[in-house]
Design a protein around this ligand. Structure first.
Ligand SMILES: [Zn+2]
Length: 491
């Protein structure tokens, strides 16, 4: 093809992928510009990396300035700038718990997933009543709690009943009542029950059955099948281990050979594939990293190579993450990719980071003392303290991911989307919020306070999330206390 034949000829040469990439970049850059301009806080107070790139020419070679704003085609982007539509998301999630539109019928074999996605969104938003007010087997809720949260309380009790009906008599959960038990809905059902966090929810899990189901999925090479006679991939292994860890049925027999299998899924790129030899992929990399973290075996991976691959999945224009090399940005990877960092970073630079932080604290304390001695207290405010202009201690651009989620992925009527101009859905609502939670909370909260775009910690901060389980730290710790007090499960 003749490269000198003008713009048209050049465009004919671009691949469908690069054409789509250019379209997405232009839409997102326009939205980000508008959102930041509308923001009550000047963008300059937190200069975002993509602001250095917005005047460059996107991937497909077409100028940003010589065309209509493609984001005009849809109006439900966040016109308030970059604030979290907290109440709207909670309302959207709460409605989903009561009933779903007909379009979700295609997810009939994923109903425990819908329970998990919706409950997790509510929990991260801090919109779920506390387990003590939900419990139906202990004291009834107080009058005040009952009046403020009775609808959600009765809904979560119904979710527990429903998930019990998804549990197979032989252990493990199916995608719906009477369906074949399967690793994926088993993970989702256990997570959902742990999020509800009541005695009723915890005791719904048949622990000996769960252990037997998982053991029956185990293969000699350390991997797991998804279901009886099902396919093998790293997803099944993660789902099984995560559920077993939460329910305290993670026996030596269950995990023998599994770290070796998981490590064999790391690819030449540094990420992890679904099976040994497959392409590196954010979802599978998350599964592999989290499974190895649960087993305390992350050092089996080439961590610098994994770090490099994961860093390179953050998109320079969009700010969010892509799932694989040369793919489009997608908000769910804000979780799958970003949750890798807090799991591997402590192993990569813990020593260096701690020393650096301690030095910085010492330096600031000395400076404050000096100023106090000189009785120049007004200048104390000007001293940069660790975390004051904090952009976080995770090794990617946390604020750029937040800008992508908040400006481009929120439906102002509640719910979050993959990317503009797609529609909201419960899967992306869960994982975009989970990604937002990861990017807000730093590894070491003692030296690094939360990192929120434009400093909106008071309004936008979500609960801290456990990056190995995709559930709030609070609910994981509560479940651990409960299940670790129960007797061990053996074959
Ligand atoms: Zn997605």
């Amino acid at each position: 093809m003749d490269r000198d034949g003008g713009d048209e000829a050049y465009r004919e040469e671009v691949t469908p992928t690069s054409f789509e990439q250019g379209k997405v970049e232009r839409t997102i850059v326009h939205i980000l510009r508008r959102a930041l301009a509308d923001s009550p806080v000047p963008a300059s107070s937190h200069r975002l990396p993509f602001q250095d790139y917005v005047d460059e020419t996107p991937t497909d070679g077409r100028s940003l300035e010589d065309e209509d704003d493609p984001s005009d085609d849809f109006e439900d982007y966040n016109e308030d700038g970059v604030g979290l539509c907290r109440l709207q998301h909670a309302s959207y999630a709460g409605r989903g718990l009561r009933g779903l539109p007909g379009g979700y019928s295609s997810l009939d074999a994923s109903r425990p997933w819908l329970c998990y996605w919706i409950l997790n969104a509510l929990d991260l938003l801090n919109a779920l009543p506390a387990p003590s007010t939900l419990s139906t087997t202990s004291k009834p809720p107080t009058k005040r709690a009952a009046s403020s949260s009775s609808t959600l309380a009765s809904m979560t009790s119904r979710v527990v009943d429903f998930l019990k009906r998804c549990q197979a008599p032989t252990g493990g959960f199916g995608g719906g009542p009477g369906q074949l038990p399967h690793m994926a809905p088993t993970y989702a059902a256990v997570n959902a029950l742990v999020i509800i966090g009541t005695e009723e929810a915890y005791s719904a899990i048949d622990r000996p059955g769960l252990h037997a189901f998982l053991l029956a999925r185990k293969r000699p090479d350390g991997s797991f099948t998804m279901h009886e006679d099902g396919e093998v991939d790293i997803r099944g292994t993660y789902c099984g281990l995560a559920a077993a860890a939460l329910a305290n049925v993670l026996t030596d027999e269950l995990v023998a050979g599994t770290p070796e299998y998981l490590a064999s899924c790391q690819t030449y790129e540094g990420g992890m594939g679904g099976e040994p030899g497959n392409e590196a992929h954010g979802g599978y990399a998350y599964c592999g990293v989290s499974a190895l973290a649960i087993l305390g075996e992350l050092r089996r991976l080439d961590l610098p190579a994994l770090l490099k691959w994961t860093c390179e999945r953050q998109m320079r224009f969009e700010g969010g993450f892509q799932g694989r090399t040369n793919k489009l940005v997608d908000s769910c990877y804000s979780y799958w990719q970003s949750a890798i960092f807090p799991q591997i970073q402590p192993l990569l630079h813990l020593h260096h980071h701690q020393e650096e932080a301690i030095e910085e604290v010492k330096r600031v304390e000395e400076e404050v003392e000096e100023v106090e001695e000189k009785d120049e207290m007004e200048e104390v405010e000007e001293i940069p303290r660790p975390g004051r202009e904090c952009e976080g201690d995770l090794m990617f651009d946390q604020l750029a991911v937040q800008a992508y989620i908040l400006a481009c992925c929120q439906d102002i009527d509640g719910g979050l989307r993959d990317k503009p101009p797609k529609y909201r859905d419960y899967y992306h609502t869960c994982y975009a919020l989970a990604g937002l939670a990861v990017t807000q909370h730093n590894i070491d909260p003692a030296t690094m306070p939360p990192t929120c775009l434009h400093g909106r910690t008071a309004t936008d901060l979500l609960k801290r999330i456990d990056p190995s389980h995709g559930i709030s730290v609070e609910k994981v710790q509560r479940a651990r206390r409960y299940f670790q007090a129960l007797p061990a499960v053996n074959k």
